[in-house]
Ligand binder design. Sequence first.
Ligand code: BES
Ligand code: MN
Ligand code: ZN
Length: 507
Amino acid sequence: MRTQLTFVNLAQVEAELLAVLAVDSQTSTGPDAKPAPVLLTDDEAVISAAAQVLGSGEYKAGVNETVLLHAPAGLKAKRLLIVGLGKQAKVNIHKVRDAAGTAVRYAKPRSIRELAFALPESVVQPFNACARAAVEGAFIGDFDPDTYRSDRKDQSIKSLTVAAPAAVDQTAVQAQFDEGVIIGESQNFARALVNEPGNKLTPTVLGQRAGHMAEEVGLKCAVYSTDKLHELKMGAFWSVSQGSAEPPALIVMRYEPEDVTEGPVLGLVGKGITFDTGGISIKPAEKMELMKYDMAGGAAMIGAMRAIALLKPRVRVIGIVCAAENMPDGKAQKPGDVQTAMPLEAGKPGKTIEIINTDAEGRLVLADGLTYARQLGATHLIDAATLTGACVVALGMINAGVFSNDDAIYEKFDAALANSGEKFWRLPVGDEYAELIKSDIGDIKNTGGRWGGAITAAEFLRVFAEDTPWIHLDIAGMAWVEDSRPYIAKGPSGIAVRSILEWVRSY
Ligand code: BES
Ligand code: MN
Ligand code: ZN
């Protein structure tokens, strides 16, 4: 998608389709209160072109509600699409992001390849962030998962023009616009990885994809496999991989700005299970195909590292993805097996783990990933994983789970959400829960029983974060969009890329 920012009058914008936003300005909620749609532009030509449909009562400017006008009088654009943001009082930049996605997804199946999007005047604040959000939304909307259709027709938008009113700080808006391109592309980069089936995207291939990306954007990247796992004594990570014919991949990406030699080192750790059958504790067949998305946490870290490399925040970042395939096999680990996790310092004993359920594999690979990040010098940790079905039960597909051992680091993440627009809900951790994963034979066991499953999984990770400030994101319910929405296709969501990035930039 080619993108450009323009400050010309909307009437002058040449495009196959010009999208403008509208809000419902009705404040009364009484029984007779009629919706009062208002366009978010001062452009007289656009206002008069839209006057009839807005006055008709047919269009209410509801959230992502659209109406299309052909050959609008007085405009150079061939079509005018009005996209609703809903009630004026509830408008924010996140609604603008979705509206841009809605406009793109309106255009795509209608063979419209050229789109202009008018940023709203005044109403939505802060205006500059609005430019970024709109571009992000356009990229998000442009993604479709039909990669392997043999008759695939590329419906993607070729050209996106974002039109901003002339009376703004044009340099600042341009900067936000440019960021939006990087962030939108990085989120889609992660989504494309998540979309790949398990046979195409093995741990090795995931490592190659990360490596190519790193080369393109100037990140250091090393991809290790079995030997390195043994060398580092990553017994937990290896225990998951040992049952697969596909070797594991330990992906280590480093962002080290030249002149930053002190301050925090942020460690990003992602679960990269390229397919999760459950192993010997095998999953039921129903919906098992979706377990190709069990590397969405790892993909989020790879996408975030891409954006970090391009946006260049002044902080050091290490990105680690623990990629493996969880398979049943003669060599696979069994319930009852005891594994020894990677020790923080070579020569010291690692923590021992009793395997209760081989399907609780994500926490095993992350345990060693977290320890490795700390060994490499990470002072602050964030992990992302499609970790538990229990998190989906708790929060549904509206919020992802966030857990932390430190309020200060959590506050920074929570503040990042205001920019990213992603929804995370904090769940607790604590020593009472830790009791539930004590093992009779070893230090800890890899499941905590029926109740509070998302929390006991987080507790397991907390054992390895130890006293390092740490955030855990359980994105199991949010990494895959089950039903398409006006602004996003069914399939991989790319959740957490934006929030992780914003959190990193806050240091
Ligand atoms: N990858 C799954 C979690 C998952 C479930 C992701 C649904 C996306 C959608 C994870 O490895 C898993 O199997 N977790 C088990 C843990 C249990 C055995 C303690 C679960 O949630 O059932
Ligand atoms: Mn599993
Ligand atoms: Zn899993």
